[in-house]
Design a protein around this ligand. Structure first.
Ligand SMILES: C[S@@+](CC[C@H](N)C(=O)[O-])C[C@H]1O[C@@H](n2cnc3c(N)ncnc32)[C@H](O)[C@@H]1O
Length: 234
């Protein structure tokens, strides 16, 4: 089983300190929403965001969107061997239903995730596609790892152990009952906080260059899928 956790996801609603700014109010009018109901997005709120602490790491929901697109609806996901969680910058954790069909359209994804951040789940009734769960990142990792007697807790990170595509494949277990937890940062700039980094026992650098989060997700997911025999069987 592969458990992907997107770390420090740059998704949040427009914070209170920006809601009275003209640029935000105009954007809210165009979207027929209240300013505090809008997803913070550097594309639309870049100028206002210069006032925010930690602005380099915030307002990039596209990273989460593209990463989710790269891992959901894959053969591994369809085989029931994938779970996905989002860990937000404020520490909250979102569980994604792996059977979800994510909107292909970015604006629709934003609308849906605005509702999720406001109401704690989407849709409001019935089986959730995604919901905020009452756990912390350390507890989540511990619980996922406890699902099997053996587990691997991997963090993709620059500066980790240099790991070629071949070595990556060899590190991954052939037995899909062994739980593999993979952390990938879903923020644009800055360093992974030590408090997050230290929760992962194995750190892997997959290329000498910095990679996009969705490429990292895709690389590990396809290596794992091939290792456990979900793809490449004819
Ligand atoms: C654009 S980076 C985030 C930038 C940030 N400087 C960092 O150090 O995490 C997105 C994420 O992809 C993963 N990543 C990026 N480059 C990588 C590499 N060369 N090897 C392994 N993982 C990498 C990391 O999990 C990283 O957090």
């Amino acid at each position: 089983m592969l458990h992907v956790i997107l770390l420090e996801c740059a998704i949040e609603l427009v914070p209170r300190e920006l809601t009275s700014l003209k640029e935000i109010q105009a954007n809210a009018r165009r979207r027929r929403k209240k300013p505090g109901q809008l997803m913070l997005d550097q594309t639309h709120h870049g100028r206002a965001m210069t006032r925010l602490d930690g602005k380099e790491q915030r307002g990039r929901p596209d990273i989460t969107f593209l990463s989710l697109l790269s891992i959901l609806e894959t053969p591994l996901c369809k085989a029931g061997l994938l779970t996905v969680h989002l860990h937000l910058l404020d520490g909250r954790v979102i569980e994604i239903n792996p059977d979800v069909r994510l909107p292909r359209n970015y604006d629709r994804f934003i609308g849906l995730f605005e509702q999720l951040l406001m109401n704690g789940r989407i849709p409001p009734e019935g089986e959730p596609l995604a919901k905020i769960i009452d756990t912390s990142l350390p507890d989540l990792i511990r619980d996922l790892a406890a699902g099997s007697s053996e587990s691997l807790v991997l963090l993709a990170i620059e500066g980790g152990t240099k790991t070629s595509a071949e070595s990556l494949r060899n590190i991954l277990p052939q037995d899909s009952s062994v739980h593999v937890i993979l952390g990938v940062g879903a923020f644009p700039h800055g360093d992974m906080p030590d408090s997050v980094r230290d929760l992962f026992s194995t750190h892997l650098e997959l290329d000498k260059e910095v990679m996009m989060a969705w490429h990292v997700c895709a690389e590990v997911l396809w290596a794992y899928s091939s290792r456990v025999g979900i793809i490449g069987r004819w």
